[in-house]
Design a protein around this ligand. Structure first.
Ligand SMILES: Nc1ncnc2c1ncn2[C@@H]1O[C@H](COP(=O)(O)OP(=O)(O)OP(=O)(O)O)[C@@H](O)[C@H]1O
Ligand SMILES: [Mg+2]
Length: 305
């Protein structure tokens, strides 16, 4: 889906003198259906790579193709969705008008546009806010509209710059589930984020950049695995049995086993508490999370358009 070979990007000053080399001799591929994460400290070249993939910047050296073509090709752009880091949406347009506007840019027929907008607003939990202006929205709701905008053309390649920034933990979970669901439906997703836990949850592979160089790249499981350590998980063990197991292990390998209880992560705890509270009360303001992916994004669904 994305093929980057020996790409270097040098920004030049007014007199064409090299000023900053943002990306140096970069090579990596992103196959179709993969969720790929770009990580790195501020200024390491992530946004520069994204802009080159979008065809907004040109590599100074090397070759970069998207779907086998140059990213400058209009047909490539038709199959891409992009969520920028900063909001660029018009504050005086309503949620509905915003999505109409972007649907129009892709020349979607009126009927398809209407159906997709309805499905996207429902998926993002914003149906009740469709006639409110974007300027009045809190950051999390703007982010959701931005994501809906990136999906309006049913793109094969989705590029997300900090997709979960400004979202509450519920929203983050929803966006992460959406990313995984879209990947299962065959979409390719490139995302960059400073929220490492989010990257860990959704990405198949990652690259860590530093000063425009790739320092580490590979499947996230391989990079994080401590290959010389093993963990056994046992349920409902009586204290006496545990004592015998520990003694047996000590007898066989001469090592003491480390025993503790696995911990839930904070996100899991937060979700449980909020879901329980949701079951007890009826909240009407804010966003309501729909668990359903917009049917048009799901080729297997009978409702897809
Ligand atoms: N248009 C430009 N002109 C000159 N230098 C630029 C331009 N855009 C980016 N740079 C420089 O290129 C380097 C990489 O910037 P880039 O925006 O790609 O970093 P980043 O990894 O996205 O950082 P962040 O995490 O802060 O978003 C930086 O040193 C930046 O100053
Ligand atoms: Mg950036």
């Amino acid at each position: 889906m994305i093929k980057i070979e020996h790409v270097t990007k040098t920004f030049r000053d007014f007199w064409c003198r090299p000023k900053v080399t943002a990306v140096k001799n970069l090579t990596f591929n992103v196959p179709a259906g993969e969720v790929f994460g770009l990580l790195g400290p501020n200024g390491s070249g992530k946004s520069t790579i994204i802009k080159m993939i979008l065809g907004l910047l040109y590599p100074s050296r090397g070759s970069l193709t998207v779907m086998g073509k140059t990213p400058r090709d209009v047909h490539v752009k038709e199959d891409m969705g992009y969520l920028p880091e900063e909001s660029y949406l018009y504050p005086y347009l309503t949620a509905d008008e915003t999505l109409q506007f972007y649907g129009n840019l892709f020349s979607l027929e009126k009927k398809i546009r209407k159906e997709r907008i309805g499905q996207l607003l429902e998926m993002m939990g914003l149906t009740h806010a469709r006639d409110r202006r974007i300027g009045e929205f809190p950051k999390g709701m703007v982010r959701r509209i931005g994501l809906a905008q990136a999906l309006i053309n049913d793109p094969d390649l989705l590029i997300l710059d900090e997709p979960t920034s400004g979202l509450d933990p519920l929203g983050c979970r929803q966006v992460k589930d959406l990313i995984r669901t879209l990947a299962q439906r065959g979409k390719t997703i490139l995302l960059c984020s400073h929220l490492l836990a989010d990257v860990e949850d959704v990405c198949d592979r990652i690259a860590i950049l530093y000063h425009g160089h790739i320092q580490a790249i590979g499947p996230i499981k391989n990079l994080l695995e401590e290959k010389n350590q093993h963990r056994l998980t046992l349920s409902n063990i009586q204290p006496n049995t545990m004592k015998s197991i520990l003694e047996a292990v000590r007898g066989i390998i001469g090592q003491n086993l480390k025993v503790d209880h696995p911990q839930k992560d904070l996100e899991q705890l937060f979700m449980e508490v909020v879901e329980k509270a949701e079951g007890q009360t009826h909240l009407s303001s804010g966003v309501s999370a729909s668990k359903r992916v917009a049917p048009y994004l799901d080729p297997g669904s009978s409702e897809s358009i």
